[in-house]
Structure formats: C-alpha cells, structure tokens
Design a protein around this ligand. Structure first.
Ligand SMILES: [Mn+2]
Length: 456
C-alpha cells in the first residue's frame, strides 16, 4: 500500500541547458573574457545545482536539451554527472526528459549516470514516483523523451492520464506548443489545460521564460539559462516552484546567466538639446547607456519577480549597440558607416572591457536618419503627407494590404515559425520586423518627399 503525502513541495524547473555550446560573439575577445564565454553554459548549470541545494528543494526537473548535440561531448556529460553527484549528496533527485537536440540513444552511455538521475523513457509516457525519506510518495513525474530529432505524436498529451490527484503530478514536455508544428510535439495550451490531474506542466524547447498559466495547472517555460545569440538575448534562469494545497502556486525566477547578451538602442535625439555632433559625443552617449546598464542591471523576464539578492551574479554583458534617431550627424555617419562602426566598436571595447561586470561591444549598428521638419507641420501644409500617412496606416492594420505587401517583399525573406529549421540564407520575418520595415519605408518616403521639395 502506497501512502501519498499531499503536502507542500518545492522544486526547480529548468530546461534547454545546451551544455557545451558557445555564445556567439564578434570581435577578437581578450583571453580572460573568452574563458568566461566558453564556460558560460557550464557555469549556468552549476548554478542550477547550487540553487537546488541552497533552497533545499525536493527535486529538480529538466525538460529536455540538457546537451546541445546528439553526439554528446564527453566533457559535457562528465560535468553533468559531477554536478548531479553534488545533488545526490544532498538527497536531491533529478528527473529529465531528452529533447530534439539530445534524443535518447539506444546504445549505452559512455559514462554511468549517478543513481539520483532518472531519465524518462522514449517509448511511451512514463511515470516516476518521487518519495521522501519516509518512503512516502510526494509527487509523480510524467514525461516522454525524444528518441529522434522529431516527436510528432499529436495525441501524446492524452497519454498523461492518471488515476487520481491524491499527490502532486508534474508533466514534462519538450514542445513548440503549436498544434500545427509536427516536429516538436504538436499540442496547444488548451490541450494541456484539459488534461486532468496534472498540476504543473514543465515545458522546454522555447528558449524564453514564459508563464502561460499561473494557476493550476501551471503551464511554464523556464527558458534557456544561458543565451547564445541576440535571438536569445536577456537574462536567463530557472524557476523555483512552491506548491501548497492551500495556496496558489508560487513561482519565482532565479537568474543564472553568467553572460547576458543584449541589443541596446541608443537614440541620438533622445534629448533634443544634446544631439551628438561628432563621434566623441556619440561615444559619450553610448557610455552613458552603458553606465545605466551597469547601475540598473538586466530586466527579469516573464513579468516575474526575482528572489531578493539573486541579481549580481552577472560576469559580463555582450552588447550590440543600435544607434537610431535623427540629427545632422546622420549624413557623415552614413557616408562612412563601415569605418564609424569599426572605430566606435574598438574604442568601446577598450573602454568597457575592464568594468565589473565587463561590457564587450559585439558590434555597432547605424540606423540614424536625416533631421526632418515635424510630420504634423508637414501634414498640415501638404495633403501628400496626409496621404502617405493613410497608406502607411493601412499597411500596418489591413490584413489584405499586408499580405499583398509580403508578396512583393522578395525572396531573401522568410516567415518560418519553426526556429529549428531556419534557412540560414534568408532573413526571418516576424511581426516586429514587418512593423519595422513599414516604419522605415514611411521615414524614407517622407525624407525623399522633403528633399524633393528643394530649398525652402
Ligand atoms: Mn533547446
């Protein structure tokens, strides 16, 4: 006879560690920074294990892609095992499924896993029981690992069936959460909500932290602990979850990334009285932004709160500065764009690399524009500008117009919601990008019209 304990439990949900992969950085990195970058994914995982011990959790769940490649590196495996042994010494079990990046191999592992690590099978939905020291079941973990690089079972979620809810039930899924995506476990948020007796869906695969449902059943992506490019920018971490039968679930974000990648906009006309007129002034403006980053720290994702005192483990930032706004300096920046970008990047690297945390300038992009008369004034004086405004608004809001526009936009662009199968030779077109293109078109048309009017 199994006795269930339906008391409060505490666990950590993490996913997509991608052990051994490297953040992509431009420029010749000094050796000491290079070492930090190389170690970043390892250190992020070591931090997960340290947090598990510090917060005395009942168990740790990992929702797939612990490793970056099917051919797992021995170094990464050894590191994973060593860290899990630390957890074993503290009586913390680890439950993991494999994802599309590290599907379960049929042949044996090169290294033996510590006994506290439980890899959930790939043949069907498996159920594992978590017991306390008294041998009572405190939770059940359900999941299914990837056997190949794809898992297409549209009905898989239906196999997460349980006889009762007398104990906490946690479902592990590595999914795109898109019913039409047949590669990465097609299902919808509503599908998961409808499954009886699951209390927490611990999801992996999407690399951004997102809580899709805060109440039972909780549906959450913990995100990637250490981002590797600007598509995975911002602070990464894991989720500390506390479930109590008498209260709403408590979910807190634990920051982990040793290195934070960020794209930062620097608007030259942010303060109209201090628009930079030369490169040193522009550099000063970027340095002020850098100081704000060092003083303010990164933004916590998912609208969550970080646990107090948890910020401050960041060793450095990799930043792409995007210079925008309008001013007279635009003309010169445009004429010598390549050199300006190079000179600014070199100088910023030298000036910010010794900060604590360090700031390494990945690159500088110039997206400035000519100074223009106020659009409102233009519209008042000339109906052509009013018409431009109308067309632009139509492009932004009208579906048919937008589709027509997309047909015209050319073959270098691609709309592909499957981020694993992106065509590297094409530019990805999402809603933000379409909006930005339309906005730039507006600027260009207005600019050309103004210039075409000749001297006033
Ligand atoms: Mn992943």
């Amino acid at each position: 006879m199994i006795s269930y304990v339906y008391d409060s439990i505490r666990f950590i949900h993490a996913a997509d560690i991608h052990l051994g992969s490297l953040p992509h950085v431009s420029g010749e990195l000094p050796e000491e920074l290079n070492d930090i970058i190389k170690q970043a994914t390892y250190r992020a995982f070591a931090r997960i294990c340290k947090k598990a011990i510090d917060y005395n959790v009942d168990f740790l769940v990992l929702s797939g892609d612990v490793y970056d490649r099917e051919a797992r590196s021995v170094k990464a495996m050894r590191f994973f095992n060593e860290q899990c042994e630390r957890l074993q010494k503290n009586s913390i079990p680890v439950y993991t499924i494999t994802g599309n990046h590290d599907p379960l191999r049929e042949r044996g592992e090169l290294l033996k896993l510590p006994e506290n690590v439980h890899v959930i099978g790939s043949e069907q939905v498996d159920i594992r029981e978590v017991r306390n020291k008294e041998g009572e079941v405190i939770a059940r973990i359900l999941g299914r690992s990837y056997k190949e690089r794809v898992l297409s079972d549209r009905e898989l979620f239906k196999h997460f069936n349980l006889p009762d809810s007398g104990v906490w039930n946690i479902g592990l899924l590595h999914t795109q959460l898109d019913p039409n995506n047949s590669n990465y476990l097609p299902c919808s948020l509503d599908d998961l909500r409808a499954v009886d007796n699951i209390h927490y869906w611990a999801l992996g695969h999407i690399h951004k932290c997102r809580i899709l449902q805060h109440q039972w059943p909780v549906v959450a992506y913990s995100g990637i602990p250490q981002g590797r490019d600007f598509g995975e920018e911002g602070l990464g971490g894991c989720l500390l979850v506390e479930m109590n039968p008498h209260r709403a679930p408590e979910i807190k974000f634990l920051p982990l990334s040793p290195v934070v990648l960020e794209r930062v906009e620097v608007k030259i006309d942010e303060d109209p009285d201090r628009i930079p007129g030369n490169i040193p002034e522009l550099e000063e403006l970027v340095l002020r932004k850098a100081k704000n980053i060092l003083d303010g720290g990164p933004v916590i994702p998912g609208g969550l709160k970080a646990v107090e005192g948890e910020i401050g483990n960041i060793e450095g930032y990799i930043i792409q500065w995007v210079i925008t706004g309008r001013g007279e300096i635009h003309q010169q920046l445009e004429e010598q764009e390549e050199e300006v970008r190079q000179v600014l990047a070199d100088s910023l690297r030298q000036r910010l690399r010794y900060e604590k945390p360090f700031i390494w300038t990945d690159s500088v992009l110039i997206r400035t524009g000519n100074q223009l008369p106020e659009l409102e004034v233009l519209k008042d004086n000339n109906p052509v500008f009013r018409e431009v405004e109308e067309v632009i608004n139509l492009c932004l809001t009208d579906r048919g117009m937008r589709e027509k526009l997309l047909e015209e936009i050319g073959q270098v662009w691609e709309i592909n919601p499957d981020h694993e199968r992106i065509d590297e030779t094409r530019i990805q077109l999402d809603d933000d990008m379409i909006g930005a293109i339309i906005e730039q078109a507006r600027q260009l048309v207005v600019e050309k019209l103004v210039e075409g009017r000749g001297p006033k």
